[in-house]
Write a new protein. Structure first.
Length: 153
């Protein structure tokens, strides 16, 4: 395999294990080889055991759904999305602060996001927005019982 070719992780591991077993069976000589710069062999990806792998990560965006009736389950949300030709990678339901409703966190592949964000995609009263994470370094200031301020991280 040359440097310009891209292989899968399984192919890389397989070729690495072959080169490792073939190199361990050879006897090494302690004589230094005398070569000039012009005679150095061209190294490819597998020659020294250092292998790069092209990782194909599925890019997703996270969405927050609110205004869902409390009787709805994850399977119903999944089937609704699949009817609309959207395949979610993750769905999680949790209780909402509002009585009688629940909320959901849904991961959608990035290339399908314009469909999800379009007007009229979701049922009436269901609101969809991007998932917002809290900043872990955000400092919160609280007042103690004696009136002094305390900063909690």
């Amino acid at each position: 395999m040359t440097e310009t070719q891209q292989g899968t992780y399984a192919e890389a591991v397989k070729s690495h294990s072959k080169s490792y077993t073939s190199n361990s069976n050879k006897q090494r000589s302690d004589k230094p080889e005398s070569t000039s710069l012009n005679q150095l062999p061209q190294r490819n990806v597998d020659s020294d055991g250092f292998i790069g792998v092209n990782r194909r990560r599925k890019r997703t965006k996270k969405y927050f759904l609110s205004g869902i009736h409390e009787s709805v389950n994850e399977g119903q949300i999944r089937s609704y999305l699949e009817q609309k030709k959207v395949t979610p990678t993750y769905i999680s339901l949790f209780r909402s602060r509002r009585k009688g409703t629940c909320s959901a966190k849904v991961h959608i592949p990035s290339f399908m996001c314009p469909l999800v964000q379009a007007d009229g995609f979701w049922p009436k009263y269901v609101k969809c927005s991007l998932w917002q994470t809290r900043n872990p370094l955000e400092q919160k200031t609280i007042t103690t019982h004696d009136g002094k301020y305390s900063t909690r991280v």
